[in-house]
Every structure is written in C-alpha cells, then in structure tokens.
Write a protein that binds this ligand. Sequence first.
Ligand code: ADP
Ligand code: MG
Length: 259
Amino acid sequence: MTDMQQPSLRVAHLVKQYANADKPVLNDISFEVPHGKVFVIVGPSGSGKSTLLRTIAGLEPIQGGTISLNGEVIETGRPGTESAGRSKRSSALRTRVGMVFQSYDLFPNKTVLGNITLAPTLVQKRDKTEVEKEAVALLERVGLVDRKDSWPHELSGGQRQRVAICRALILHPEVLLFDEVTAALDPEMVREVLDVMLELADQGQTMLIVTHEMQFARAIADQVILLEDGGIVEQSDDAERFFTHPRTERARQFLRTFE
Ligand code: ADP
Ligand code: MG
C-alpha cells in the first residue's frame, strides 16, 4: 500500500565506492522524491549520475546509507561489497523501481510485444493474455501499437526508447528512472521521447530523471539537484527557481554552459 505520508523514494547518506577506487564515487547523498513528483538530476559528465540511478535500481550494491521506498528500507549499505556487482535485492523488490537507459537495450531476438511482456510473465508470473492486453494499451499510449510485431532492428532510436519506456511501465514501478534517454538519439527523435515523459509526469508517475536537455528539465522538473564529484552541490524543492535563480556560483556556471 502506498503511504502518502512517506516519500515515494528516500535516499539517505548513500555511499558508493567501486572496487579498486581510492575514494567513493558517491559520498553522503541524501534526497527525497515525493509521490507523483518529477525529480531531476543534472551535473557534469563523470559526476556520478548514472551510478546513482543504478544503485537505486538495484544494479549496484552500496557501501553506506539506505534506499527506501514508501518508508520501507529496500537497500542498506554494506562495507566490503565494492566488487559485488549487483545488489542482493530480490527480483520482486527490483521490479518496484523501473529504469530506462541511454542505450536502447531491447532484447534483439524478441519482438516489440515480446520485449514488453517478458518480465511480467517470467518474473511476476502474471497471466500472458492479460499482460499482452496491457502491453498493447501501453503501445497505444506511446503511438506504437502498429509496431507490436516488429523487431528492434526495424525501429528507429526514438521508437526503441518508447518501447523501453513501455517495458518499464508494465511492471508498475513505484518510481521510474531515466538515464539520459535521449542522449544517443538523432535530434528529430528527441521530441517524441520527451513528449511521452511529459505525459507520464502529467499522469502522476513518480520519476527520477537524469538529463542534459536543460529546456526539458526546466519544463518537467518539480525538484532538482546538481551533482558534482559524487556530492550534491545544490538542491532545490523549487525547480523553476533553480533554473532562473540558482543559489550557488557553481550552479550558475553549470547552467551558463547550456545557454
Ligand atoms: P555520470 O553518469 O555522471 O557521467 P558515472 O556514474 O557514469 O557518471 O561515473 C562516475 C564515476 O564513476 C566516473 O569517474 C566513472 O569513471 C566511475 N565509474 C562508473 N562506472 C564504473 C565502474 N563500473 N567501475 C569503476 N568505476 C566506474
Ligand atoms: Mg551517465
């Protein structure tokens, strides 16, 4: 059950260090994403944005702090897990956070429909007919229902990303993570993917978005953080204010590079 008193996602004092690194790539990161809000993370390349999303998605163990969903701790930092690869989180718990990546990572040997229905039937053991019905409805929402029997290689980058979004949505994630999902797209395909994300935001999907599209970030964000060197440089509950009147000189500098 969703407890509206609790934030949807809470990251507290998160520490992440990779094996063989002499210092953490994320150090004491804390923030909360309220239900139905859009939280945007910006920051220079190498600042730790992808690593942060991967720890929240359960793809990387953490060495300190906690990650909670609806007030329930789903991940606790354990020193000594630097080279452990994946977190120990169960697959059921992992499906509560959805993620869409920069590179189109569709299964090449599955059709569009096959890509979307694989996890719900295999991991969640849901009824195949019911799952396919929902997949078709999702494809309708992103304007791709006529491509349901296509193979990934027959699609444009923008179409593949929209399929990847459907594949994440069908698991009904409490939080959906987006890691620079338009960065590898040709410019004319960026809009169609961003429009789908704007629509999800309107419908109240809780989202955590990493993006370099500052216009888009400003349009979609409720709250924002600027990450640099694995630490939060500026955090704002009022995204519009961050983009128009950043408090720190560093944020001003960062935003200026996009003008
Ligand atoms: P961003 O997404 O902001 O560009 P990343 O999270 O990809 O940043 O990377 C942050 C830092 O962690 C970089 O210095 C990068 O080289 C390092 N890093 C990323 N992934 C790994 C990994 N699997 N093993 C070791 N170091 C990594
Ligand atoms: Mg990245």
